[in-house]
Design a protein around this ligand. Structure first.
Ligand code: B12
Ligand code: SF4
Length: 501
C-alpha cells in the first residue's frame, strides 16, 4: 500500500531554539516499510505545504498518517486531512502520536469524516495491522484504534525498542534539524518511558509508567548510522540506570564514535551518578536540559517533582564541574505577579546557565488536567503550546505577557552579552562555513517571535476546533490516566519505581 506520513509544521515559539527530526514518525515509517508498504514522509517543520501538495498529487497515497505529538497542531492536522481527502477521495486518513492519544474520540468527531481513525499509543505495533485492515476490512478491531464507531481493543506496546529502525533515509532537508549551536543535529532514543509521576507531565501516563531500554549494541548501531556530527537524545530522563548509560558508552568508545550530544535529565539522576555523565562528557556530551521547574520547595512539591531546591543547585554545580552547559526549564505560573517575575529574573541573571520559561499548562493526560483545569480560560488547541496562559492570570493578561517576554528578553540578552557574543561568533563562523544557517537565524529571530502584543492577539483568533472539557476524575487510582496499560502490552516491559523512592 502507498503510505504518506506527515509531520505538521513547527510551533512558532519552539522554532527559535530548536527544530528536531520527528523520530517517532520515522519509526512508524520504518515499521510500515518492514511490513512491505511503500512509504514516503513529508516533514512540514522543514518543507513547505507546496511540497506536500506535490507529493499528494504525484504519489496518490492510499493511506495518509499524520503525527500529532503536540495538541497545538491538531487544527492544522484536521485541515490537512480535509484537503487530502478532497484531492484523493479514497485515501484512508489516520492520526497518531502522544497528544492525540488522549483526545482521540473528540478529534475523530471534530474532523467530521476527514479522519478515519486515530491510533492511540505506540505507532510501530499498530501501523502494519491497520494498513492490512484498511485493505481487507476490520479497522475497528485493530488494537489502539479509535474510529467513528468507537474505541477498539487497547493499544499494544513494543516488547523491545531495539527495532524497527527509524527510516532516517526518507527524510528530506535533514540539514534543517538543529538545537542551539548543535547544527545540524539528529535524534536518537536510548530508553522509552519515565518511572516518575510529575503532576504536569503526560510522559508517564502515556506509557503507563513503564520504562524500556534499548540494548547497548542496538543503540550504538543506530548511533553509528547517523551522519550528523550532533545528536539529541530524546529520552525523557537520560541515564536513569547508570549501568545502561555506561554500557552504551562502552560500545561507543569501542567503536570510536565521535559526536556532540544534547540530552535531558533530572537533578537527582545527575547527582546520584555523576560518573556516567562525566564519561559521556568525555565522549562529547555538551548540553543538558534540566527540568528544574521551580526555584522554591513549594513549587517543586506542587508539581510532585520529588527534588529539593538544594539538589537542583548542587546539580548545577556538578554540571559546571563536568563542563556540560545546562539549559534550565522553569514553569511560569499564571499566578505570578510583577514581584515574582522580578525574583525569577534575578535568579536567572545570577546563574550562568541558559534559562527557559514555559507557562504552566494543564494538558489532557496529565493529573493537573483533571484537578486544575476547571478554570480554563480558553479551549483553543493552538494556545496549548506552553507559551500561552490558558488559565486565569493574576496580572491582567497583557501585563502577564509583558512580564514573561521581558523576562525572556533579559535572559536572551544575557546569553548574547559581550563574552557570550564572542563564543557565539565563533560557533556562527564555524556553522556558516559548513552552510548551516539555523543557529544564525535563531539569534536574529527572537524579537520577531517573542512579542507580548502578538501573544495577546493569538487569544483573539477565531477558533474552529476546541479541546474537550476536562472530566473531573478522582485521580486516586492514577492508572485511569494511562494510554498503555499492563494488560495491553506485547510481553511485559519493566514497570519500575523511580530510583531513590
Ligand atoms: C524529544 C521531545 C521533544 C524534542 C523533539 C520534538 C520532535 N520534533 O519530535 C524537542 C526538544 C524539539 C521538543 C519540543 C517541544 N516539546 Co516535546 N517532547 C519530546 C519527548 C521528551 C519525547 C518525544 C520522542 O521523540 N519520543 C520518542 C519517539 C519514538 O516517540 P514519539 O515521538 O512519541 O512517537 C511514538 C508515538 O507517539 C506514536 N506516533 C508518533 N507519531 C505518529 C504518527 C502516526 C501516524 C502514528 C500512527 C503514531 C505516531 O508512535 C511513535 C512510536 O512509538 C516528549 C515526551 C514523551 N515521552 O513523549 C515531549 C513532548 C511530546 N513535548 C512536549 C512539548 C510541550 C514540547 C514543546 C511544545 C515545548 C516548547 N514550547 O518548547 C516543543 C514543541 C516542538 C515543536 N514541534 O514545535 C509535550 C507535549 C505536550 C502536548 N500535549 O502537546 C511532551 C509530551 C512532554 C511533556 N512534558 O508532557 N520535544
Ligand atoms: S521526570 Fe520528567 S518525564 Fe518524568 S514525569 Fe517528571 S517531568 Fe515527566
Amino acid at each position: 500500500m502507498r503510505l504518506l506520513l506527515v509531520h505538521p509544521s513547527a510551533l512558532m515559539y519552539s522554532e527559535i531554539f530548536l527544530r528536531l527530526e520527528p523520530l517517532g514518525l520515522e519509526r512508524v515509517a520504518g515499521a510500515a516499510r518492514e511490513a512491505g508498504h511503500q512509504v514516503r514522509v513529508v516533514d512540514l517543520q522543514v518543507l513547505g505545504v507546496r511540497k506536500l501538495r506535490d507529493e499528494v498529487r504525484s504519489f496518490r497515497p492510499e493511506a495518509l498518517g499524520i503525527s500529532l505529538n503536540y495538541l497545538a497542531n491538531i487544527p492544522e492536522a484536521i485541515a490537512l486531512a480535509k484537503r487530502v481527502k478532497e484531492e484523493v477521495p479514497g485515501c484512508f486518513v489516520f492520526l497518531g502520536g502522544h497528544s492525540v492519544s488522549f483526545v482521540a474520540e473528540e478529534v475523530v468527531e471534530q474532523a467530521a469524516g476527514a479522519v478515519d481513525a486515530v491510533v492511540r499509543g505506540e505507532g510501530e505495533p499498530a501501523v502494519g495491522p491497520l494498513l492490512e485492515a484498511v485493505r481487507d476490512g476490520g479497522v475497528e478491531g485493530v488494537p489502539g484504534v479509535v474510529t467513528a464507531a468507537g474505541r477498539g481493543p487497547g493499544p499494544l506496546m513494543l516488547h523491545s525498542i531495539d527495532g524497527p529502525l527509524p527510516a532516517r533515509d526518507l527524510m528530506r532537508n535533514r540539514r534543517r534539524y538543529f538545537i542551539g549551536e548543535l547544527d545540524p543535529c539528529a535524534s536518537i532514543e536510548f530508553t522509552r518511558g519515565c518511572p516518575w509521576d510529575c503532576s504536569f507531565c503526560s510522559a508517564w501516563t502515556f506509557y503507563g509508567r513503564s520504562y524500556r531500554k534499548a540494548s547497548p549494541e542496538a543503540a550504538a548501531d543506530d548511533l553509528a548510522r547517523i551522519r550528523e556530527p550532533n545528536v539529541f537524545i530524546v529520552d525523557d530522563v537520560a541515564f536513569i540506570r547508570p549501568e545502561h548509560g555506561n554500557a552504551i558508552a562502552a560500545e561507543v568508545e569501542r567503536r570510536g564514535i565521535r559526536k556532540q550530544y544534547y540530552l535531558e535529565t533530572r537533578s537527582d539522576v545527575l547527582l546520584r551518578h555523576p560518573e556516567v555523565f562525566e564519561r559521556w562528557a568525555r565522549l562529547g556530551l555538551r548540553y543538558m536540559f534540566l527540568g528544574m521547574e521551580a526555584i522554591d520547595a513549594e513549587g517543586l512539591d506542587l508539581y510532585r517533582k520529588r527534588v529539593s531546591p538544594d539538589e537542583n543547585m548542587r546539580a548545577l554545580e556538578t554540571a559546571r564541574r563536568l563542563g556540560i552547559r545546562v539549559a534550565i526549564n522553569l514553569i511560569a505560573d499564571p499566578d505570578w505577579d510583577e514581584e515574582r517575575f522580578r525574583v525569577v529574573r534575578e535568579f536567572a541573571l545570577a546563574v550562568p546557565e541558559i534559562v527557559h520559561f514555559t507557562v504552566m499548562t494543564p494538558y489532557p493526560g496529565t493529573e493537573i488536567w483533571h484537578t486544575e483545569s476547571r478554570r480554563l480560560t480558553t479551549r483553543d488547541y493552538r494556545l496549548f503550546d506552553i507559551q500561552h496562559a490558558v488559565v486565569p492570570t493574576k496580572l491582567p493578561l497583557a501585563r502577564f505577557y509583558e512580564e514573561l517576554v521581558r523576562t525572556q528578553a533579559v535572559i536572551n540578552r544575557k546569553h548574547l552579552g559581550v563574552r557570550t557574543a564572542f563564543g557565539a561568533a565563533r560557533v556562527l563562523g564555524r556553522n556558516l562555513a559548513h552552510g548551516q544557517t539555523n543557529f544564525a537565524r535563531m539569534l536574529w529571530k527572537f524579537n520577531q517571535v517573542y512579542n507580548p502584543r502578538r501573544q495577546l492577539a493569538d487569544h483573539a483568533r477565531p477558533v474552529r476546533h476546541e479541546l474537550p472539557l476536562p472530566q473531573r476524575l478522582d485521580v486516586g487510582d492514577r492508572r485511569m490516566l494511562y494510554v498503555h496499560t499492563r494488560g495491553g502490552t506485547q510481553g511485559a516491559p519493566a514497570r519500575t519505581r523511580p530510583p531513590g523512592t
